[in-house]
Design a protein around this ligand. Structure first.
Ligand code: UD1
Length: 417
């Protein structure tokens, strides 16, 4: 177990480069199961989840190597083993997205059932229903999904809810299905549009990704390609939250303002100034932000991943804000940790009521997951004394050099191993 030690800091100043999006690169890596050949992905972040997905692809028989600064080369041989073992799925739930591509290309797959996590139960019923509509059938035994399909056939899939993972699995399966597929009520996240542009580059025919209706004309074959991963909007949001908590003026190189419209609007309501620049985002935060109410929603709404960041921001803002969670049942464990740091927070079902204080009080705390862990570090920027965030390996799953980047902005933060 390693930790991050943070002391009261600010105002922050300077520039940091935003890495490639975790939630995009993992799906692009899964999509390489769709066609033989050599893929080169650029702007791949150095994060543990990429290592997990690399291990999964290797266990299937692919060769995965890092080169240069942020490149990843994947060699996908003609034959691969269509299996995702429990040890790997358990390490990273997102492994479930190999199901669609394996079924589409090989006609069978054996994938461990992912369990729940700190966000509460994480069902995959919509993933399976979409694939079933394309002609797949499933059996469940010994904690595994045994999936089969002769050639998949295009279908009209209406998702009950715009699930990111279910949309991605259906999309990656539909590209090789026979005929036309429509995915309605599809998730609209920028990472879905990135996946579709990768698939189109491979030879797929996908239109409408990034909107609620995705249309796919199945093709017989795809080929390996090169692609640059979009920037991580959640990492960018984390640094915006950092400057919001500590005050200051920062630039985020490579960030895409057009992927973060609603967030930028919310931060403006809190009297933070955020503007696009030629190569990213600029942000200016006063000594103390104003409280607002926030509700998480599927994209283009405020992402559930931003929620712990908002709770940290509100903990030291002026006034009272209510944060409402509409996506995941759980995701509250970090609230108790913030309370241990002196935050005034009450939770009630899906709501968190936060009464801002002028500062928090440094304490030892534990990171329960990637984003909540980062939010605890961010909160520590306005806590007197020392905040020790244990379980920093959670943060490493999704952030490249988090401590180094924060320190480059002038934060007093160190890594303890
Ligand atoms: C992805 C992101 C995660 C983000 C989430 C929502 C990755 C690796 N992870 O997760 O960071 O917080 O989108 O933006 O990209 N659900 C079902 N049945 C299903 C599928 C989902 O009930 O078959 C429910 C989930 O329990 C949850 C909601 O739908 O309540 C949203 O989940 P989903 O959009 O699928 O999130 P993920 O793809 O798992």
């Amino acid at each position: 177990m390693s930790g991050i030690v943070v002391r009261r800091s600010g105002p922050l100043s300077g520039a940091v480069a935003i890495s490639g999006a975790k939630n995009s690169v993992l799906k692009l890596m899964a999509a390489t199961a769709l066609a033989e050949g050599r893929y080169v992905l650029h702007n791949v972040p150095h994060i543990i989840d990429v290592d997990c997905m690399s291990d999964l692809l290797r266990s299937m028989g692919m060769t995965v190597e890092r080169s240069g600064d942020h490149d990843l080369t994947i060699d996908r041989p003609a034959e691969i083993v269509p299996e995702a073992p429990y040890e790997l799925v358990e390490r990273m739930r997102a492994s479930i997205v190999v199901l669609g591509p394996l079924l589409a290309r090989i006609g069978r797959a054996r994938v461990a059932l992912p369990g729940g996590d700190d966000f509460g139960p994480r069902p995959i019923d919509m993933h399976l229903k979409g694939l079933e509509q394309l002609g797949a059938s499933f059996e469940f035994a010994h904690g595994y999904i045994e999936a089969r399909a002769d050639r998949l056939t295009g279908a009209n899939i209406v998702l009950e809810y715009p699930s990111v993972g279910a949309t991605e699995n259906a999309l990656m399966a539909a590209v090789l299905a026979k005929g036309h597929t429509v995915i309605d009520n599809a998730a609209r996240e920028p990472e879905i549009a990135d996946l579709a542009s990768f698939l189109n580059r491979m030879g797929a025919q996908v239109i409408g990704a990034g909107s609620s209706t995705i249309r796919v004309e199945g093709v017989d074959d795809l080929s390996a390609v090169e692609h640059t991963v979009i920037p991580d909007r959640i990492e960018a949001a984390t640094f915006l939250a950092a400057v919001g908590v500590a005050g200051g003026e920062i630039s985020l190189t490579g960030a895409r303002a057009d992927h973060m419209d609603m967030l930028i609007e919310k931060l403006a309501e809190m009297v933070m100034r955020v503007s696009p620049t030629t190569d990213g985002l600029w942000a200016l935060a006063p000594e103390r932000l104003h409280a607002v109410d926030v509700a998480t929603l599927p994209y283009p709404g405020i992402a559930t991943d931003y929620k712990p960041l908002f709770v940290a921001l509100l903990s030291v803002a002026e006034g009272v804000g209510i944060v409402t969670e509409n996506i995941f049942a759980g995701r509250f464990r970090y609230v108790d940790e913030l309370i241990r740091m002196g935050a005034d927070i009450r939770t009630d079902a899906h709501h968190v009521v936060v009464r801002g204080r002028t500062q928090l009080s440094g304490a030892p705390v534990r990171a329960p997951d990637i984003r909540a862990g980062a939010a605890l570090v961010v909160a520590g920027l306005r806590a007197d004394g020392e905040t020790e965030v244990h379980g920093a390996e959670h943060i490493d799953r999704g952030y490249e050099d988090f401590v180094g980047k924060l320190a480059a902005l002038g934060a007093d933060v160190t890594r303890e191993s």
